[in-house]
Design a protein around this ligand. Structure first.
Ligand SMILES: Cc1cc2nc3c(=O)[nH]c(=O)nc-3n(C[C@H](O)[C@H](O)[C@H](O)COP(=O)(O)OP(=O)(O)OC[C@H]3O[C@@H](n4cnc5c(N)ncnc54)[C@H](O)[C@@H]3O)c2cc1C
Length: 807
């Protein structure tokens, strides 16, 4: 009976029944037990008294608040640091999205199922097939990065005329107003042709003043600047970073003093006198409209009684007196414009502040919001583009490049690298596609944006490194024929900008995620800081008790799901995907439990324990990845042939989550708690393994041979038909090699039977003379061989003037 009572209580916790129902079930169980067990009345009375003393106050909120919550709240008030207005606003910037379900321990998959399929309108598709394709054709990356150190004048003009800088600007201001998914596709396509051109297009669309103006600008600012930005009359940038303020951008020394000054011939204008020094600013050398972040001070109280007004954003015209621009940095051998900008006593009127006086001091939250939006689009598109290019051309290269008489892609060592290229590209494509749906629905998912930026950049790094290894000297020798070297050099740029990856992983994702996405944490923190004590106690009480129930429920769920391998959990999915949804539910419960344990054990010091919060970020990120690939697989039509990619991605993600959770438990400062959590979460040791070699082989095969899966995986990139350029020559040779594959088999068999002395090109003629192959077949083999020789050659340069000389 006792066991039945315990079971009922555990089931109530698993199902997250309210405390009152839980208490009634407990009382009923105790009474039922007493009725059948040989228990004395005095003992029963004692048990019921203990029950009443604990359970009744817990259920009666007014009593519970006075006896418990008020005391805990007072203790918390003493230990918790105060939150400034700026911190509060930054914390509230952006929205909570799918990650809240992952944080819940019991994800509601209807959210995921209700997300639409990313798609393009006819107009957007025509834009990609027309102007974007044409723009790509105009780009010569070697010319841009090695000779001109800039896009050609014609490409700049084309980009302005066709609206490539106006993707997000509403139509009423002359922009294209395309969806986020389309925006991502545009960057992806241009990125597959030239990284420098893609970065040039990225900035005005997502990181520049355009987005800030659209979101916060006054009507006058929008009416004046947005049409000018849409037509490319203004080229914008945004400057946040300075010498002493890199990752810690909030520590900027750049300042603005509210004062009277002269502006454009008018005296006595109320405005701001700025002094600043920024660096690494993309488009700064040629920009005409400067967006800038600075700390605003009002010592003469011209705006308000408050002297320190906080971070503020403003727009400055390039020609404003005191602005110094013009020099360039040279970012990793890429030629997008990037440089420092300085200003000495630059006077701007108050209406140059983005959003006007109402937005004074709100700059940090404004940036966080717009950064959350931007970093989910541009860099993930660029990273995915690199992955798609690597999958398409490294697979093909590994098929045409032979060593030891064998295509190098057939060697297991190379196959292992090809597997990761294909698998990670699938993950990148799924991750960046899914987040665009949030943005298109008007949500700015700040935590998921950071996850996607980090994960796609890290995976891009791995993919490009593998692609470089497989191409060997072919990718190392720079020149117009090299299609990989510049992408390799671009990797650290993506890793560093828009929140450097280490910082994003260890500080931002869980730091922000725990607060924003946890169902109760932010409510508790807000309640602690609420100056209205009565309201604070009420809010705190509600959140705290729900939180305690949440932890108990997650512990029960994690243990049960671990014990049963989540086999009895109801989730969506077909016979191939159902299992992965179940494991995702299991990992969600485990993650939520462990996140709360870490918060309880480490408290505020979790902020400094970046190795722990980095692992929590890894677990959360890989849960997002699993959701994204499951959704992506379904969106693409649940093709059976794509299953190896889906399985590889899910198994890799599960293994990563397990590694992260085990790492946390092993390194918790109280080893007993770590061991207990390990017993609850992984009662049957380590359930997940890295994807098997057999699965890896199936994945690699998908990019070594043509097929619909490869087409879907690499869809969206620019494809050259020029059989002599860097990538077109690989495709051309690849097609001929595939067409002559059966002839190669004939030669191999003839060689084995001793009919010809080798199976290399020097025996083609002998094979024809001996009627092993026909004349047409001989010609086809020679043509394929010529194409391969052309595809594997690298650039050579003259000694004298560093001119390319055709080898
Ligand atoms: C090509 C390029 C273009 C750029 N474009 C722009 C632009 O248009 N506008 C603009 O404002 N800025 C721009 N930046 C600046 C960019 O945002 C910064 O480079 C970035 O914020 C990192 O600053 P930092 O380079 O000074 O590195 P640092 O801040 O010195 O960081 C160095 C390393 O320390 C790590 N780190 C720092 N603090 C922590 C921490 N607390 N925990 C864990 N790790 C930490 C970082 O992750 C990084 O790996 C650009 C930079 C580059 C290189």
């Amino acid at each position: 009976m006792m066991w039945i009572a315990i079971l009922i209580i555990l089931i109530s916790a698993y199902l997250r029944l309210p405390l009152l129902i839980w208490s009634l079930i407990l009382a009923a169980s105790l009474l039922a037990y007493a009725s059948v067990a040989d228990i004395k009345t005095a003992e029963l009375l004692f048990v019921m008294l203990v029950y009443a003393a604990i359970i009744i106050p817990l259920n009666l909120k007014p009593i519970r608040r006075i006896l418990l919550s008020k005391a805990i709240l007072s203790a918390m008030k003493k230990v918790m640091p105060t939150i400034s207005q700026t911190e509060q606003e930054a914390l509230e910037a952006g929205d909570v999205w799918w990650e809240a379900e992952l944080f819940s321990g019991k994800p509601d998959y209807t959210f995921l199922q209700n997300l639409p399929k990313p798609s393009l309108t006819e107009e957007e598709q025509a834009f990609l097939d027309g102007p974007v394709e044409e723009f790509c054709e105009m780009l010569d990356d070697w010319q841009i990065t090695h000779i001109d150190y800039d896009l050609t004048e014609a490409s700049w003009q084309f980009a302005k005329d066709k609206g490539l800088f106006a993707l997000i600007i509403p139509k009423q201001y002359g922009g294209l107003d395309y969806s986020t998914y389309c925006h991502s596709q545009v960057i992806l396509k241009i990125g597959s042709r030239s990284g420098s051109a893609a970065v040039t297009v990225m900035v005005p669309n997502s990181l520049g003043p355009g987005k800030l103006l659209m979101t916060y600008g006054t009507e006058e600012q929008k009416d004046y600047y947005l049409p000018r930005l849409a037509k490319g009359i203004e080229i914008p940038y945004f400057a946040l970073t300075g010498t002493d303020a890199g990752s810690d951008a909030g520590a900027m020394p750049d300042s603005g003093i509210v004062c009277y000054g002269s502006y454009e011939g008018k005296d006595n204008v109320l405005g701001v006198r700025l002094n600043f020094s920024k660096r690494y600013i993309t488009l700064a050398p040629i920009a005409t409209l400067l967006g800038i972040a600075f700390k605003l001070y009002d010592p003469e109280h011209l705006l308000s009684d408050n002297e320190d007004r906080g971070i503020t954003l403003a727009l400055i015209k390039r020609e404003t007196e005191g602005v110094e621009i013009g020099r360039r940095h040279f970012p990793a051998n890429h030629a997008f414009m990037n440089g420092p900008i300085r200003g000495t006593d630059v006077f701007i009127p108050l209406d140059a502040i983005i959003g006007g006086v109402d937005y004074v001091g709100k700059g940090w939250a404004m940036l966080m919001e717009c950064l959350g939006d931007g970093r989910a689009i541009s860099l993930p598109a660029l990273g995915t583009s690199a992955g798609k290019m690597a999958s398409k051309y490294t697979g093909a290269y590994a098929r045409i490049r032979r060593q030891f008489h064998t295509p190098i892609g057939y060697f297991e060592g190379v196959e292992e690298a090809l597997t990761e290229i294909a698998g990670q590209t699938y993950i990148m494509d799924a991750s960046r596609s899914m987040v665009t749906l949030a943005l298109d629905s008007g949500t700015v998912p700040s935590v998921i944006s950071a996850i996607v930026k980090l994960q796609v950049m890290e995976r891009m790094r791995r993919v490009i490194n593998h692609a470089m290894d497989i191409h060997g000297g072919h990718a190392i020798s720079m020149g117009p024929l090299n299609h990989l070297g510049r992408a390799y050099q671009l990797t650290p740029v993506g890793i560093t900008v828009e929140g450097a990856d280490i910082l994003t992983r260890t500080m931002i994702i869980f730091g922000q995620g725990a607060m924003r996405s946890h169902p109760y944490l932010l409510k508790e923190v807000k309640a602690v800081h609420n100056p209205d004590l009565k309201q604070g106690v009420n809010d705190f009480d509600n959140a705290l008790f729900a939180h305690v129930g949440f932890v108990i429920s997650n512990a029960v769920r994690a243990f049960w799901l671990g014990l049963t391998f989540a086999k009895f959990t109801l989730t969506p999915g077909d016979k191939h995907t159902h299992h992965y949804y179940q494991q995702l539910t299991r990992m969600s419960a485990s993650f939520s439990l462990l996140a709360d344990i870490c918060l309880a054990v480490l408290g505020g010091s979790l902020k400094r324990r970046e190795k722990i919060s980095g692992r929590l970020a890894d677990a959360l990120s890989n849960m997002y990845i699993m959701s994204a690939v499951l959704k992506h697989y379904e969106n693409q039509g649940s093709h059976k042939e794509d299953l190896p990619l889906l399985k590889w991605a899910c198994e890799d993600a599960l293994f990563n989550i397990q590694t992260a959770l085990k790492g946390i438990m092993k390194n918790l400062p109280v080893p007993f708690i770590g061991a207990l959590c390990n017993f609850i979460i992984f009662p049957l040791t380590k359930p997940y393994q890295k994807p098997s070699d057999k699965l890896g082989h199936q994945v690699a095969k998908l990019i070594l041979s043509p097929g619909e899966t490869l087409n879907r995986l690499t869809d969206g990139v620019y494809q050259s038909t020029d059989k002599n350029n860097a990538t077109g020559r690989i495709s051309y040779a690849y097609n001929l090699v595939l067409e002559t594959e059966s002839l190669q088999h004939k030669l191999r068999d003839a060689y084995k039977q001793g009919q010809i002395k080798s199976r290399d090109r020097d025996t083609y003629e002998m094979a024809m003379e001996k009627n092993i192959i026909t004349e047409d077949e001989y010609n086809a083999l020679v043509e394929a061989d010529k194409a391969v020789q052309n595809a594997i050659k690298v650039d050579e340069f003259s000694f004298s003037d560093w001119k390319v000389e055709t080898p």
